[in-house]
Ligand binder design. Structure first.
Ligand code: GLA
Length: 387
């Protein structure tokens, strides 16, 4: 399967650029099991990689030119000069790969040019990290072709910098690390403060369960302000409480912290979400490690309520997925990713999957919403060389 994909992407590269690529790489999108908006608060997250990937065929160049092409966008080859790359100058898809080249060069790595052809199956705007997949696949390809010797977490940091500074989206580190570091059959328990990681076995099929992703088809964009406002609110909370990051407020101290915030109602809600969400990640890890997988369902449900009521980033479509899935027997459900649209996840017994899918789809039709896209998510490999 991945061999066939690699061949297709490599042949398209040859048609476009008139020579064989020097290699073909893949990097996945991710779905986050639990730990939302905790990453820019130095907290915990727990994503796993999707089978959907961004694939890049790449050849190195030594003349200071970067050429970019995507199978998914109707435009020709974009040609850029490396010494002219400049942050926030590009509002199109090319900012992601160009931003990675810029970030690598800024960090002192001697990238001298490349021809890149990209093709992605990660749904865009669905909260499944299509941007991180694009960034990480380019970073990994250049890491190999220019023998940079960088580790997955280092590539993730550079990709985050590309997105923060070059693209101009104030995202955290979760998505890039998930794409770079996840492993088949595992969820990644990541401490975003120091990027320490633990791979947690997560094989739902072996226990008769499934995890569905329901893409509401409501598009979201992180550069559009609300994400940045939440981030600024969290930073204000940390400053008022005298800590480096909200991660430093232990769950046991939550009530005292909220009391200290007095009448800062909005900040109180944000702080309550982050502190309880970090605790939920730790609970999910310990439940999975002790084999109590079904017991994570209620934790996911609590997580959704917290994102909806305290962090206020859900939307009617996401709430409808969660409510109807739970009403038709799901073990747990919650929105996943940045919010304001995108996808929800549903944890269900295998035998309930068809009924849940049908009920959710019918509920969307009755509400007059666009038909959602439902698929099963299986923890898949992180970024890798295909060819
Ligand atoms: C987006 C960002 C991540 C993270 C999530 C919310 O996916 O890219 O860094 O903040 O939202 O958990």
């Amino acid at each position: 399967m991945s061999e066939a994909v690699a061949q297709t992407v490599a042949s398209r590269f040859s048609e476009l650029y008139g020579a064989e690529p020097h290699g073909v790489w893949a990097a996945p999108g991710r779905v986050n099991l639990i730990g939302e908006h905790t990453d820019y608060n130095d907290g915990f997250v727990m994503p796993f990689a999707l089978p959907h990937t961004a694939v890049a065929a790449v050849a190195r160049r030594d003349d200071g030119i970067l050429r970019l092409h995507s199978a998914d966008v109707e435009s020709g080859v974009t040609e850029l000069r490396l010494d002219a790359l400049s942050p926030e100058s590009d509002k199109t898809w090319t900012a992601y790969p160009a931003g990675v080249v810029w970030a690598l060069r800024e960090a002192g790595h001697a990238i001298t040019g490349a021809d890149i052809h990209l093709s992605s199956t990660v749904p865009s705007g669905a909260g499944l990290s299509s941007s991180a997949a694009l960034e990480v696949v380019v970073a990994l390809a250049l890491n190999d072709l220019f023998s940079l010797g960088l580790r997955g977490w280092q590539l993730a940091r550079l990709c985050q910098r590309a997105e923060n500074v070059y693209v101009g989206a104030p995202v955290g580190i979760m998505d890039q690390t998930a794409s770079a570091c996840c492993e088949t059959g595992h969820a990644l328990f990541l401490d975003t403060r120091d990027l320490s990681q633990k791979q947690i076995p997560f094989d739902l099929a072996a226990e008769g369960m499934r995890l569905l992703v329901v893409d509401t088809q409501v598009k979201h964009s992180h550069s559009e302000g609300e994400y940045g406002k939440r981030r600024a609110g969290c930073e204000k909370g940390a400053a008022l409480l005298g800590v480096d990051a909200l991660r430093d407020i232990p769950y046991a101290d939550l009530d005292a912290a909220l009391a200290r915030l007095g009448d800062e109602e909005e900040v109180r809600r944000l702080v309550r979400h982050i502190v309880t969400e970090n605790a939920r990640v730790e609970r999910v890890v310990s439940l999975l490690e002790s084999g109590e997988t079904r017991a994570i369902g209620p934790v996911l449900i609590e997580g959704h309520a917290s994102l909806r009521d305290d962090f206020r980033i859900s939307c009617p479509e996401l709430d409808l997925v969660v409510d109807t899935a739970l009403a038709s027997g799901a073990l747990g459900a919650r929105m996943t990713g940045g919010g304001f649209g995108g996808s929800a996840i549903v944890l269900a017994e295998e035998q309930d999957v068809d009924a849940i899918t049908k009920t959710v789809t019918e509920a969307f039709a009755s509400a007059g919403f666009t038909t959602p896209r439902v698929f099963e998510a299986v923890p898949s490999p992180g970024a890798r060389r295909l060819h």
